[in-house]
Design a protein. Structure first.
Ligand SMILES: Nc1ncnc2c1ncn2[C@@H]1O[C@H](COP(=O)(O)OP(=O)(O)OP(=O)(O)O)[C@@H](O)[C@H]1O
Ligand SMILES: Nc1ncnc2c1ncn2[C@@H]1O[C@H](COP(=O)(O)OP(=O)(O)OP(=O)(O)O)[C@@H](O)[C@H]1O
Ligand SMILES: [Mg+2]
Ligand SMILES: [Mg+2]
Lengths: 358, 511, 306, 335
């Protein structure tokens, strides 16, 4: 029975996934394409061959960080919709270090990452502080702070740190030494991915195996109880928002140091918001964030191939993504009905065998 | 028996929660016009069964007949249509609505333009509140009421709908003796008018007092229905627990030491509306003593507990543990000397969304008992949790399931188990056996006595006079934020102490 | 003081009113779901659907009324989809909201191409703009005149809806049910009111309001459709809702405030404030005002004397 | 081409006579976009060029959209480089760091780097950049002269002009500064009020800003705001005042209120480049062009041109000559 419970959720999410694929199929058919070709291309573009896989994983990397950032904050009871802004701040900080700081290579990357973490974390502290000091709803403040961060960084790269001659606000390229080492040449798949995995494991361990993690977990679910068992609620709130913001910030660094090699205004197409979705779909589990982020990465980079191979336009692959998200989100309730149905069957069987079944 | 009319007949009712079976082929027949009690240990499936009847929970299988007609009760709306009403064990009230709005919810009186008539609502609420002798201010917001008052609102809400079949799920858990008597009068009146009452309670005394028939559930199975006049508390208890109920009378060893462990000096506390709730409270609890603060809900017990727990700001006064003032320490440091059993287990005492294991560990997250180096050691912690589950026989499907899925009584046992396990020298205990079955109640009482005998200082806050008399060495009565009298159990009768609790006596003493 | 004239002239208020209405309508919709206990970040997507469907229907019928109705119908259908997942399938509301946003953007962009064979922007003389209400006598009055005469009909409808929603929430049974559903669904259900019916009706009404807001944007405020033209208004609406504590009148005022600060911030650029900072102003102001109000509420709840 | 003779979006472009095929094999061209089509700007104009080129030169083409997701750019560029003879890297600067590597891997592929000058020197990378400032200067001259022609319907005597930009980037500054310079060259007292939308696709706000400017006494508003610009056009139509369109001919939207459009003729430039490529002609490694090649410049719909005062049109033509022979140098904000 334990096994049964353990296997249940994966099984259900699989079903949900399949349902959404069916709907996707209908959409593709309506668009006058062959679903097999389309999905074939999607999967091939996402996973077939090292270079495609590398593409998938490299676009998953920033998503893991933002997803983790959101997950940490939510687990601690802060509804952090602000990963996007924290990502911008982190990316900017990393870029400045990467461009201007005259450091030897082995130091440059760690310092840049640290800067990104601090920038994102501190930016995350703003809504957290507002919440504990004034009781301001963090959903709104974090949301608003996204726009502020985007505008602020845009200003920086259009005025003080503008690359001369650039037609768009951007910094000059970062030093070669600041680039995250590639894991697969001919792609942007870099050590950032490993860092992301490490971060997730670290957080998972913290939550499961430390007092601080325990307190944050409790706080996220019931602040009164936490206070009652002696948790310093304010301190913990600040801490998990700092952590969350920090990881989102590193997401920005991964983008700048690992992919774009410079900060360009509006650098993120919404990794922060995807991070939110990913974290929610992963149920705020730090480990769960990894497969979800990879799923998103696959949909993105596989989407390209699909758009090439068929007449399915980019916006339709967006729709298909949306449908998948919808059904993944609905899985939980599916699972509830499913279990109770199974238990009913079990009971009926037991009755037939005459055992009361207690 | 030929022409007996049954108001309710439930046959082979099953309910599965996930992997757990709350009801297994439950059968119950309730004769029209009788008061029918349902008893059973915590988790036996009483609430589930009645929730099915009220359309709150969909049965996995089984048939329900009301007034002889087979029915599918798919929603409370349907149940209400069948003339069924219910008082819920866990109150179902809207926090930001007023008492009146809660009582009228779903059947608001309308005036012109189909507007809701607020005046009428208030008048209506006031009427029935007086009619049934359960006093409560109709215009107060529910979120500002104490548990006791909430219970009254919950009951009034059900009564005001004039149901023919009324289900009451542990309505008396937080009522004073007088209120209970009032309520029972009402119930008897209903049954005389041919209305049917289904009463769930853990207080067998009450069951014997008011009911005509009693159905006993155990672990989701029906143990049968008996005529009240044919049985007694002892036999019932045995039927419920499936073993001989052998309650050794709790024996207290005489206090020898006179050392004062815990004392309160001139305590003053305001509530969230800045109203003074406790005025100049002073008391001493000796080592190896159980001091009870008895009183009707809403007279300051809640504030007292909160102040001691470090939830409410202490305006004046001291809280001394062995002479050290902890009045302004944070919760964590207070927990070094004190354990608290809060009156509200749903929000404060438990994290319902967390696992049983995590709930049992609360307060220990920093202690070496469950760590290896800086990290949790789940072997240790699970063993610790398992021991507590075992020792306090908490009925749960496992350590890793959500506390929310436990029955009320078992939830309470988690709180008690955790707080007892610290072995602190001061215990602040509020309503420890609220909603807990007799077995568990008896067990919790044993634990408290044991703590006392071990020389700990226990401050008990309770509205249940049986409990008060069973446990206390001394009793303080709290009324309107003041201590209006102190007694020893043998020096005063329950009736008389009731008068102090309701302010009929005692005020002149302190004025 | 030409400078102050620039910042606070009556035109500013007229502009604020114009800018406010789409925001207001969507906020009114969103506050209903919020009151019913559903946090909806899909407002952006719903609004976009409203923009598009309103525009398309208007295009084919050349009737602004038909356009509005069309916008309302399709948006409400999308809202229903949201409802099915959140209410019946118990999907996480924020995830669902995100999906609705993606869906809105994707579907509208795709259909824009499928129907008109264009990408990006589309406009056509066939589209009949929602008329403005020219109130003669108002024109005479100095300041009021500049602000109120010649505002779109939807401005007036929007204002009326504020009070309609307020009335519904606080003076009808259904309003009581909505609020109860938000605070304690069990309490509502056990009182014999069908929770599903209440929630679904709420979601539908909220769809209607979002549809109006969207359709107004593309056929009243403008008479053109541009890809993703809701441009974040759905998110601002969320802020307005939180800021107004999901209470219609207060949300109305916060919508006005936002709109006013918005047009103020544009004018700040005229007095040489770098655009990036000028554009920040609305967001920063929101945060500050929100913080201040929350803080004052906190104080009040501490020292309220009865 | 002088003002008025400049055609809209490269319809009569060089070599568009009859479909030709260099070397028989069908040339395959990929346009790799950082964003998605529907930007009312460089992507859509690029797509238009490809469509025309397909018709005229019989090329095959694919458009790969990056959805503004940097993590896809590398793949995108690779996919473009694989199996295509020419890759339009649009806009080049978004793909700079990848191009450096990919251009080496595919030496035979011809990389076309629009809207900027590639900092990396490679034999197979060809940059083109646009002198928006040249056309904008001319627009400024026109507006400067027109804003006091009170005999012209709607025009007031105030010497105030307006400008609405999408986002405050160097490119937009390039439009703005030259426009202002041109206007002041007519009368130093002329004020140019500029407002930034902060979004490429927010016509509502674009309209709001334009109305604001009209309230401030502007009678001519120059728009460099892609999608948001459509709002500006609508505002002009509503107030019966004037806007100068940008990128493409905007007069269809409001024939009487679009006082010409400053074409940033990306379509033409792409089309020409493809033409040269297909016919195996040689192309400069770096082209930074404006009026001379007709890549930027004012265009009027015939109807509106008929309304324009002759002296204004002459002045514009003179200015254009002056810019081309170097006697006039508009400010270049991009470098
Ligand atoms: N929502 C739920 N999900 C899962 N399990 C549940 C749920 N509600 C009740 N249960 C389980 O069903 C069993 C019966 O619960 P129920 O509340 O009916 O017991 P009870 O007789 O009312 O106990 P008590 O006297 O403590 O209220 C318990 O074991 C409980 O754990
Ligand atoms: N049981 C219910 N569940 C959900 N919504 C309801 C319910 N009853 C009424 N409503 C909503 O409340 C609004 C007004 O309530 P009201 O109860 O007056 O309607 P009604 O049909 O007249 O009911 P009644 O029969 O009680 O008068 C209705 O428009 C309906 O949408
Ligand atoms: Mg129960
Ligand atoms: Mg003028």
């Amino acid at each position: 029975m334990k096994i049964f419970r353990k296997l249940l959720l994966p099984f259900i999410s699989l079903c949900a996934f399949l349902v959404s694929l069916v709907i996707g199929t209908v959409i593709i058919l309506l668009n006058g394409d062959n679903p097999l070709v389309a999905y074939g291309a999607l999967i091939e573009g996402a996973f077939n061959g090292m270079s495609n896989l590398a593409g998938t994983l490299s676009s998953a990397t920033p998503l893991i960080f933002t997803g983790l950032g959101v997950a940490v904050a939510f687990k601690g009871g802060m509804a952090n919709i602000g990963a996007e802004g924290q990502l911008y701040m982190g990316g900017m900080a990393a870029a400045l270090v990467g461009v201007y700081l005259p450091l030897p290579g082995f130091l440059l990357i760690p310092v840049a990452l640290l800067a990104a973490f601090l920038a994102g974390g501190l930016y995350g502290l703003i809504p957290a502080t507002l919440k504990i000091k004034t009781g301001t709803n963090e959903v709104v403040t974090t949301l608003m702070l996204n726009y502020v961060a985007i505008l602020f960084t845009s200003y920086l790269v259009n005025y003080p740190f503008k690359a001369p001659g650039a037609p768009l606000g951007m910094t000059v390229n970062i030093q070669k030494a600041a680039r995250l080492p590639l894991l697969y040449p001919g792609s942007r798949f870099n050590v950032g991915f490993l860092l992301a995995i490490a971060a997730c494991i670290l957080v998972a361990v913290m939550f499961r195996y430390t007092g601080a993690g325990y307190e944050m977990r409790m706080l996220g679910r019931n602040s009164i109880f936490s206070k009652y068992i002696g948790v310093d609620v304010n301190a913990r709130t600040l801490q998990c928002m700092f952590l969350g913001g920090g990881f989102a910030g590193i997401g920005g660094a991964a983008l700048v140091l690992g992919i774009q090699y410079r900060f360009v205004q509006n650098i993120s197409p919404g990794y922060g918001f995807d991070g939110l979705t990913i974290a929610l779909m992963a149920g705020f589990s730090a480990i769960g964030v990894i497969p979800m982020a990879i799923l998103f990465g696959a949909l993105r980079s596989g989407g390209l191939t699909m758009e090439l191979a068929t007449s399915v336009p980019s916006e339709l692959s967006k729709v298909i993504q949306a449908v998948i998200i919808l059904f993944m989100a609905a899985q939980v309730s599916f699972s509830k009905y499913f279990t109770e149905f199974m238990t009913g069957l079990r009971h009926r069987r037991e009755k037939k065998q005459g055992t009361g079944g207690s | 028996m030929p022409n007996i009319e049954y108001a309710v007949e439930m046959t082979d009712v099953c309910k599965n929660y996930g992997l757990l079976q709350a009801n297994k082929d439950v059968n119950i027949k309730v004769i029209k016009g009788e008061i029918h009690a349902i008893v059973g240990e915590n988790g036996a499936g009483k609430t589930t069964l009645t929730s099915i009847l009220y359309g709150l929970v969909a049965p996995s299988s089984g048939n329900v007949k009301v007034n002889g007609r087979p029915v599918k009760i798919s929603s409370p709306k349907a149940a209400i249509a069948l003339g069924i009403g219910m008082v819920h064990q866990h109150f179902k009230l809207v926090p930001n609505f007023t008492v009146a709005e809660n009582i009228c919810l779903g059947q608001e009186p309308l005036k012109s333009l189909r507007r809701v008539d607020k005046k009428k609502m208030i008048a209506h609420a006031r009427n029935i509140s007086e009619k049934y002798g359960l006093k409560v201010d109709p215009e107060k917001k529910v979120c500002d009421l104490s548990v006791g008052l909430l219970q009254r609102v919950e009951i009034l809400k059900a009564l005001s709908r004039g149901a023919d079949i009324l289900i009451l799920d542990e309505p008396t858990a937080v009522l004073t003796p007088l209120e209970c008597q009032e309520l029972f009068k009402v119930l008897r009146g209903m049954s005389e008018q041919g209305k049917t009452v289904l009463l769930i309670t853990h207080k067998l005394k009450e069951v014997m007092e008011v009911s005509h028939h009693i159905t006993v559930l155990r672990r989701g199975l029906t143990m049968g229905t008996v005529k009240t006049s044919d049985t007694d508390e002892h036999r019932l208890a045995g039927l419920m627990m499936g073993r001989e109920a052998d309650f050794v009378p709790l024996e207290k060893k005489p206090q020898e030491e006179e050392k004062i462990t815990f004392s309160i000096r001139g305590l003053q506390v305001r509530d969230s509306f800045n109203m003074i709730k406790l005025k100049d409270i002073s008391l001493d609890v000796k080592a190896g003593e159980i001091l009870t603060v008895a009183g009707v809900e809403g007279n300051g017990q809640s504030e007292l507990v909160e102040a001691l727990m470090g939830f409410a700001h202490i305006e004046q006064g001291q809280v001394l543990v062995d002479g050290e003032d902890i009045a302004h320490q944070d919760v964590r440091s207070r927990r070094k000397y004190c354990s608290f059993i809060p009156e509200d287990r749903m929000k404060t005492g438990l994290n319902l969304a967390a696992s049983v294991h995590d709930n049992l560990l609360g307060g220990r997250q920093r202690s070496p008992e469950i760590r290896r180096g800086p990290f949790f050691d789940y072997k240790k912690s699970s063993r610790l949790a398992a021991d507590l589950v075992e020792k306090f026989n908490i009925k749960t499907a496992g350590l890793d399931i959500e506390a929310s899925s436990l029955s009320g009584g078992n939830q309470q046992k988690i709180v008690v188990a955790r707080e007892m396990s610290f072995g602190n020298k001061v215990l602040v205990v509020a309503q420890p056996s609220r909603g807990v079955d007799i077995g568990a109640t008896n067990f919790i009482h044993e634990q408290l006595i044991a703590a006392r005998n071990a020389g700990r200082a226990v401050l008990l806050i309770s509205t249940d006079l049986d409990e008060v008399y069973a446990l206390s060495d001394r009793i303080h009565v709290l009324f309107d934020g003041k201590i209006v009298g102190s007694f020893t159990p043998d020096s005063i009768s329950q009736q008389e102490i009731g008068l102090y609790m309701t302010g009929v006596k005692g005020l002149e003493g302190t004025a | 003081m030409p400078f102050l004239q620039t910042l606070f002239g009556p035109e500013v208020f007229a502009a604020a009113l114009r800018v406010m209405v789409p925001l207001l309508l969507v906020s009114l919709g969103g506050l209903l779901t919020k009151q019913a206990g559903i946090e909806n970040i899909g407002l952006e997507g719903l609004m976009l659907i409203g923009c598009f469907s309103g525009f398309v229907v208007n295009y084919y019928t050349s009737s602004w009324i038909a356009g509005l109705i069309g916008g309302v119908v399709f948006t409400t259908l999308t809202a229903l989809l949201f409802g099915v997942f959140v209410i019946s399938l118990r999907a996480h509301e924020i995830v669902t909201g995100v999906a609705i946003n993606m869906l809105g953007l994707g579907v509208t962009t795709y259909l824009l191409r499928a129907i008109f064979g264009v990408k990006g922007a589309f406009t056509d003389p066939r589209v009949q703009g929602i008329p403005t209400l020219d109130i003669g006598f108002l024109k005479e009055i100095p300041v009021i005149g500049t602000i109120f005469h010649k505002q779109s009909i939807m401005v007036w409808i929007g204002l009326a809806l504020v009070f309609a929603v307020h009335f519904m929430l606080y003076h009808t049974r259904f309003g009581y049910y909505i609020r109860a559903a938000g605070e304690n669904p069990q309490a509502l259900a056990t009182s014999g009111v069908s929770l599903l019916r209440t929630l679904y009706m709420t979601v539908l009404i909220h769809g209607v309001l979002c549809g109006l807001g969207g359709a107004y944007l593309s056929t009243g405020y403008l008479t053109q459709y541009v890809e993703n033209m809701s441009a974040g208004r759905g998110f601002i609406a969320m802020a307005a809702i939180a800021f107004g504590g999901a209470k219609p009148l207060r949300v109305f005022f916060s919508a006005i405030l936002f709109a006013f600060v918005e047009s103020l911030s544009s004018r700040l650029q005229l007095v040489q404030v770098p655009s990036y900072f000028a554009l920040m102003v609305p967001y920063v102001v929101t945060i500050v005002v929100l913080a201040v109000t929350s803080w004052r509420e906190k104080q009040k709840s501490k020292t309220r004397v009865i | 081409g002088g003002s008025g003779s400049t055609p809209p979006a490269g319809t009569t472009a060089t070599g568009a006579t009859e479909p030709t095929q260099a070397g028989g094999t069908v040339k395959k061209v990929a346009m790799v976009c950082s964003g998605s089509l529907g930007d009312n700007g460089i992507f859509d104009m690029g797509a238009e060029a490809l469509k025309q080129a397909k018709a005229d030169f019989g090329i095959e083409y694919e458009i790969l959209e990056g959805k503004n997701d940097p993590s896809l750019y590398y793949d995108l560029l690779l996919k473009g480089a694989q199996g295509f003879d020419m890759v339009i890297v649009n806009p080049g600067y978004q793909f700079e760091s990848y191009l450096e590597e990919v251009a080496d891997q595919y030496p035979d592929t011809y990389f076309f780097y629009p809207d900027g000058i590639s900092p990396v020197e490679k034999d197979n990378i060809y940059s083109i950049s646009y002198r928006e400032h040249e056309g904008s200067y001319v627009a400024g001259v026109m507006a400067g002269m027109m804003t006091t022609r009170t005999d012209f319907p709607g025009i007031n005597d105030q010497k105030t002009l307006g400008f609405v930009g999408a986002v405050d980037t160097p490119t937009i500054q390039n439009f703005l500064q030259a426009y202002e310079q041109g206007a002041k060259s007519i009368d130093p007292d002329i004020k140019v009020l500029s407002l930034i939308v902060g979004d490429h696709n927010d016509p509502a706000k674009g309209k709001e800003l334009a109305l604001t400017l009209f309230d401030q006494g502007c009678d001519i508003v120059y728009q460099a705001a892609s999608g948001s610009g459509n709002g500006v056009t609508e505002a002009a139509k509503e107030r019966k005042l004037y806007t100068i369109g940008v990128d493409t001919d905007k007069s269809p939207l409001a024939p009487d209120n679009v006082m010409g459009s400053m074409l940033k003729n990306v379509t033409k430039s792409f089309y020409d480049a493809i033409g040269i490529f297909v016919e195996g002609g040689t192309m400069e490694k770096v082209q930074y062009e404006g009026l001379a090649k007709g890549w930027t410049g004012m265009y009027f719909s015939p109807e509106f041109k008929a309304k324009m005062p002759a002296d204004v049109l002459d002045a514009m033509t003179k200015t254009e000559e002056g810019i081309m022979n170097g006697s006039i140098t508009p400010v270049d904000a991009k470098s």
